[in-house]
Every structure is written in structure tokens, then in C-alpha cells.
Design a protein around this ligand. Structure first.
Ligand SMILES: Nc1ncnc2c1ncn2[C@@H]1O[C@H](COP(=O)(O)OP(=O)(O)OP(=O)(O)O)[C@@H](O)[C@H]1O
Length: 238
């Protein structure tokens, strides 16, 4: 079953055709990675899914509902959640307080406390629970962000370059977090440059190029595809 589908999605910025006729399916229960060279249109496609951009034409279905014209908050209410690269945490509050605030929309009392502890443990944030979120290392901040993004138990978690700026160890740990969330039932779509992460987590990979889906398959199929290698030649991958 499809968790998310786009049908002939298009986005123009003036004369620039940035999302070009994208028909994309994200199967429920999968981890799907979206890759592509710089400027391929990954961020724009992501923002169309979130409702931060309106498509010029086409349709977006989320868990059987047409969300094409829904506002971002309405999509969140339907069970979509996003972790951006830009921090959305409260720097002047402790790690624990950040999680409490995020979870308060869903839980209270002993259930809230138990879930805060569970997330601190799961995200390896127990030792820094009383530190100010603003003082965390880059990697720990990203995991706190993931904790906040999953606080409403979304059906679909969207991750925008979740491992940007991370060490290989932090990248690996992020992959393990994502795999565990997926094992518990969450569908995940990640825009990612780091191929080690993509190899670690992706059930399926889509390659965007000039705003179109250029290739799609398993990680092994994508890395073996000479056409995909060719579009990356001469590019720095961040
Ligand atoms: N708001 C906008 N107005 C005009 N052009 C835009 C806008 N947003 C994106 N673009 C253009 O659309 C193209 C695709 O950009 P986008 O950021 O979606 O690519 P990307 O694949 O996410 O790139 P990167 O990997 O470098 O972040 C670029 O040429 C960009 O300049």
C-alpha cells in the first residue's frame, strides 16, 4: 500500500521547471531515500510534500487522502512530520524540557514522564538530559530534533539531510535510530547526500535529476547504474 503518492507533480519558478512531472510512490512501512546532484530539485520536491510550496499542477495523496491543497499544519495533523536541517529546538531549555513540550500535545502525567525517559534512552540523550539544548554537540542536537519530530507518533517521517555535518559514527547511529523507528512501523522518506547512510537504511532509492525521477531501485541497483554515476561526475557531494 502506498503511504504517499504524487501524480504528475510540477512546480515552476517563473520560467524554471524545478519539479517536472514527478509521479512518485512511497510504500507504507519502507525507508525511502531521495538522492540527486546539487540543484536537482530535492528540496523543492520536499517542500511540495510538506505544503510549503504549492504545485503548479499535479496531485499529492497521503495515506489515501488528497492533501494537495492542505496547509502544512493540516498535513501534520494527518500524520506527517518533518525534521529539517535548521534547528527547531528551544536552545534555552533543557533537553528533557524540549521533549516534554513536544510530547505534551499527546501525553500527560506518568505516561508523559515514561515517554520522555524512553526517548532519552533511545536517542542516547540520558546523560545530557538536564543540559541546555543549545549547548549540545551538533550530532546530539539532531537526535533531539528527531525526538521532537516523532513525538506525535507520525505515520510518515520526512528527514531533510539528517546526517549533514555528522561524523561517520554519528551518521551510523542516526541510521540505527531511523531503522529502529521503521521497525516500530514508521514510514520514512529521507533526502540525503551521504551514501553510507543510504546504503545502511534505504529499502528503496529514487534519483532526482533536473527535477525528474531519473532512476529508482534498491541501493545496489542504483550504485550499479552507470547513468546515475554519470550525472554525479564532476559534482561535489557535500
Ligand atoms: N523559491 C525559488 N525561486 C526560484 N528558483 C528556485 C526556488 N527554489 C529553488 N529554486 C531553483 O530550483 C532548482 C532546484 O533547487 P532545489 O533546492 O530544489 O535543489 P536540491 O536538489 O535540493 O539542491 P541541493 O542538493 O543543492 O540542496 C535550483 O536551480 C534552484 O535555484
Amino acid at each position: 500500500m502506498a503511504m504517499l503518492e504524487t501524480h504528475n507533480l510540477n512546480k515552476h519558478f517563473g520560467g524554471l521547471h524545478v519539479t517536472a512531472d514527478v509521479s512518485f510512490t512511497l510504500e507504507a512501512g519502507k525507508i525511502h531515500c531521495l538522492i540527486g546532484p546539487n540543484g536537482a530539485g530535492k528540496s523543492t520536491f520536499f517542500r511540495l510534500l510538506l505544503g510549503e510550496h504549492q504545485p503548479s499542477s499535479g496531485k499529492i495523496m497521503f495515506d489515501g487522502v488528497d492533501i494537495t491543497r492542505l496547509k502544512p499544519f493540516q498535513r501534520i495533523n494527518q500524520g506527517m512530520s518533518v525534521k529539517f536541517q535548521v534547528p527547531g529546538i528551544f536552545s534555552a531549555l533543557s533537553v528533557r524540557q524540549n521533549l516534554e513540550i513536544a510530547l505534551q500535545r499527546r501525553l500527560e502525567g506518568a505516561e508523559l514522564d515514561a515517554e520522555v525517559e524512553r526517548l532519552l534512552d533511545f536517542l542516547q540523550l540520558k546523560d545530557v538530559a538536564s543540559q541546555l539544548a543549545g549547548n549540545l554537540s551538533h550530532g546530539l542536537k539532531q537526535w533531539l530534533e528527531i525526538g521532537m519530530a516523532i513525538s506525535l507518533k507520525p505515520k510518515l517521517l520526512l528527514l531533510d539531510e539528517p546526517t549533514a555535518g555528522m561524523s561517520p559514527e554519528e551518521t551510523h547511529m542516526t541510521g540505527e535510530i531511523v531503522k529502529q523507528l521503521n521497525a516500530e512501523g514508521m514510514t520514512v522518506l529521507a533526502v540525503e547526500h551521504d551514501m553510507a547512510f543510504v546504503r545502511q537504511v534505504a529499502h528503496r532509492v529514487s534519483v532526482l535529476h533536473f527535477g525528474r525521477i531519473f532512476a529508482e531501485g534498491t541501493f545496489a541497483e542504483i550504485v550499479a547504474d552507470e547513468r546515475v554515476a554519470a550525472i554525479y561526475l564532476g559534482q561535489s557531494h557535500d
